[in-house]
Design a protein around this ligand. Structure first.
Ligand SMILES: CC/C=C\C/C=C\CCC/C=C/CC(=O)SCCNC(=O)CCNC(=O)[C@H](O)C(C)(C)COP(=O)(O)OP(=O)(O)OC[C@H]1O[C@@H](n2cnc3c(N)ncnc32)[C@H](O)[C@@H]1OP(=O)(O)O
Length: 302
């Protein structure tokens, strides 16, 4: 499997991705609901459903994990689906959305870094880096159709896209709230934020751990459109058409020119970033606060 980073990254899960997917439907195609004609074959895995439309060259990718927390399996399946579409010249764009009610993506799956050994945390973080690199540098147009809450890692997934459409629901807040969990966004998350909303707004939002409701997210430039919930998908499709109206080669080279320096910064220090992450999250104090946070989330549910 070609990796966004070249040769250094080889987490076990990505070297043996199919092992994780045993018993799932990845690689199999089936007719899309209401479809059946050319380009109406959908494929997917347990956690990522892809509905490709060959006629328009656009695929809708739906996340369907509990709360869409970014488990190692979800990260792996996302990378595989993305790679599959990147390698198929039929496709020029992906609309990324959620199949879970009320949640676009809950961010890092905290159970992947709470009570786990350093080797597991390292493998997990490398998979997170890999997904970000692939999305951020994708040659396809990526539009996020944000139909639910979008904190932390969820926000990063959205920020890695080229364009964001958010449903107008005050519960669907978006932002990097890491500081409120007692953790720190690494430099490449910070850089992605700065590239999108600017330095001062990022400085404020990162320190305060702000989660923006839709109107504020639009005002600060975190999303490009806020629309009624039932119009998120159609608006994402209109945005996609606008981006696809530009010749691919010119748009792709421009995207690369805008994003390469940010991605290269991570590529240069990927191992150090992984080590920082692991030593930080494995501290007793951080483990305790992650545990307490997870407990709070579980109780809130009940
Ligand atoms: C020196 C520095 C060096 C290195 C850097 C160090 C560290 C860097 C780390 C930085 C990166 C952090 C990015 C992150 O993404 S951290 C995760 C942040 N995410 C959150 O805070 C979201 C938490 N979840 C919620 O707020 C809500 O769940 C949500 C609004 C998304 C949905 O609400 P809803 O009411 O619909 O669902 P719930 O009932 O709350 O949840 C359902 C079940 O899902 C579980 N859950 C939710 N979120 C997570 C999660 N992120 N991880 C794991 N599990 C999660 C929740 O517990 C419920 O579980 P069950 O009870 O059903 O088992």
């Amino acid at each position: 499997m070609a990796l966004a980073s070249g040769v250094r990254f080889a987490p076990r899960a990505l070297l043996r991705p199919w092992a994780l997917l045993r018993g799932t439907t990845l690689g199999r195609t089936e007719p899309a609901a209401g479809g059946g004609g050319d380009g109406a074959r959908r494929f997917g895995s347990q956690r990522v459903l892809v509905e490709p439309d060959a006629a328009s060259g656009v695929a809708v990718m739906k996340l369907r994990n509990p709360s869409n927390a970014l488990s190692l399996e979800l990260l792996t399946e996302l990378v595989i689906s993305l790679e599959k579409l990147e390698n198929d010249k039929t496709f020029r764009g992906i609309i990324l959305t959620s199949d879970c009610p009320r949640v676009f993506c809950a961010g890092l799956d905290l159970t992947e870094i709470c009570g786990r050994n350093p080797a597991h945390c390292a493998e997990y973080w490398k998979a997170m880096q890999e997904l970000w690199l692939r999305m951020y540098l994708s040659s396809l147009v990526l539009v996020a159709a944000i139909n639910g809450a979008c904190p932390a890692g969820g926000c990063i997934i959205a920020l890695s896209c080229d364009c964001r459409v958010l449903a107008d629901n005050p519960k669907y807040r978006i932002g990097l709230n890491e500081t409120l969990l007692g953790i720190i966004a690494p430099f490449w998350l910070k850089d992605t934020y700065v590239n999108t909303i600017g330095h001062r707004a990022s400085e404020q939002a990162l320190q305060l751990g702000s989660l923006f409701p839709p109107a504020e997210a639009l005002q600060v430039g975190l999303v490009d459109q806020v629309v009624p919930e039932d119009q998120v998908q159609s608006t994402a499709l209109s945005e996609m058409a606008r981006w696809l109206a530009v010749p691919d080669h010119a748009r792709q080279l421009t995207k690369n020119m805008m994003r390469k320096a940010t991605a290269d910064r991570l590529l240069r220090q990927r191992d150090a970033d992984t080590q920082n992450f692991v030593s930080f999250v494995c501290r007793d104090s951080i483990q305790k606060s992650l545990q307490a946070y997870l407990e709070k989330l579980r109780q809130r549910k009940g």
